[in-house]
Every structure is written in C-alpha cells, then in structure tokens.
Ligand binder design. Structure first.
Ligand code: HPA
Length: 245
C-alpha cells in the first residue's frame, strides 16, 4: 500500500475514494491527523495531511516520527511526500514540479531518529541517496503519462522555518549546491529510511526563494496561493497515474 503525505495545498486528495479514517497512536505520540484510507485508481492508498487537516501544525512542530511510524504500522510499503518549496535555481520558477534527488539538512532541534540509545544498539543508516531511486523513477513515469512536465532531480535544502529565509541565507544555500528550499523534507526522509520505507518526494515550486527574481524585495503570499492551487491540480493528476506505472 502506498502512503501519501500531503503538504500545504494538499490536505486531501479529491480523487481518493475514501474507505475509512483511523485515528492512531504511536509510541512517539500522535500523528498530524487521522490516517485516511482509500483507493486511487483501484489501488489501496493511505493519506496523511502533514500540517493537520486544518493546516495548524507548523513545520518545526510536525511530529515526523509519529507520522512515519503510523504509516509503517498501517502497512504502507512506500511513502510519497508532496511538499511546496521556494525555487533557488533561476529556471525553477513558480509552477515547476520536480522530483528531487538530494537533500541538505539545515534543520535543528527536531527529533530525527528512532534510534535513541538506551537498550538499543547504536545504528547508523546509510543515507548517501536519501530518496528511493525506483520510487523516483515511478513518479517521473507517472508525470510523463499524466502529461505533466516534471523535472528530474534537484537538491532540496531543508530549513527550520517557520520564517522564510534571508536573501543571504538563500545565497549560501545556492553556494552549498541547493536548488530548492523547503521546511519539511527533514527529518521525514531519514525517518522513513530508518524504518526501511522507500521514500520519494514531489516538490512544487510556489515562489522564487528570498532575494531571487520576483522575490527580490520580499515574498508575497497573495501570489503563492493561486500557484499552489493550480500546481496541486497537476500533482493530483500525476498521483492518479502512479498506479499505472
Ligand atoms: N522557503 C522555505 N520553504 C518554502 C518556501 C521558501 O521560499 N516556499 C515554500 N516553502
């Protein structure tokens, strides 16, 4: 069963045929909301809204461990994350969809492991390639079949938030090699890796990053909303084709 974690702009999947909702608890506390079980083109899917169904949980307070644990417990065998990002690369304009292939983690103070010592043996997961390559390829194929332009690859910079970045921070991320910036990609990706859940992401560029192009003098939220709405229609179209590839 595929799991989909929806971010800003994707608190539900309109094409999901809902079978049931389930409130679950985990040893790590409560997930962002009830798990929504349903079917997407005839295949079982479990959906979770990362920021809660009322969009009330900010990126640094998302219980990433509970979310990933709950999906694993629900017998998900892969996780697709949908997340909006700011575009750092000049050609990643608002409206761009991409399937990132690398991560740089600038977050801090988040609970980012299930391996906390105590009576557990020390465990270091391999994270050379943070996203599952075959799931990435399926997302790219689904995009192709859906007729949506989807960029293959990109370095995702995970920032702490909830504030947006300064222009100098974006310059630094670019020097580090980042192409897009978002607030939720970590520790979500590594927690999925720790539980051996293949994980990949669809990133939706909703604004130029701080100091870039139309965001030179600031980021304007009123222009983000329509981009977010339009782009999520395209993401839903892509997800509808995922079971066909
Ligand atoms: N920065 C960080 N996270 C984001 C942005 C941004 O510009 N846009 C959407 N998520």
């Amino acid at each position: 069963m595929l799991a989909i974690i929806g971010g800003s702009g994707l608190t539900q999947l309109s094409t999901l045929e809902i079978v049931r909702r389930e409130v679950v608890r985990t040893p790590y506390g409560e997930p962002s909301g009830a798990l929504t079980f349903g079917e997407l083109c005839g295949r079982p899917v479990v959906f979770l809204a990362r920021h809660g169904y009322g969009h009330t949980i900010p990126p640094h307070l998302v219980n990433y461990r509970a979310n990933i644990w709950a999906l694993k417990q629900a017998r998900a065998d892969a996780v697709v994350s949908v997340a909006s990002v700011g575009g750092i690369r000049a050609d990643f304009a608002p409206g761009t969809l991409l399937i990132p292939d690398q991560i740089i983690d600038y977050t801090w103070g988040r609970k980012s492991t299930f391996f906390e010592g105590g009576d557990q043996a020390v465990h270091h997961v391999d994270f050379t390639h943070p996203y599952d390559e075959s799931l990435r390829q399926r997302l790219l194929q689904a995009g192709k079949q859906a007729g949506e332009a989807v960029f293959d690859g990109g370095v995702y910079a995970a920032t702490q938030g909830p504030r947006l970045e300064t222009a100098a921070e974006i310059n630094r991320f670019e020097r580090d090699g980042a192409d897009v910036v978002g607030m939720t990609g970590m520790p979500e990706a590594v927690l999925a890796r720790e539980l051996e859940l293949p994980y990949a992401a669809v990133n939706v560029v909703v604004n130029f990053a701080a100091g870039r192009a139309s965001s030179e003098h600031g980021i304007h939220f009123d222009s983000i909303e329509p981009i977010l709405q339009e782009s999520m229609v395209r993401v839903r179209n892509l997800l509808d084709h995922l079971c066909r590839v």
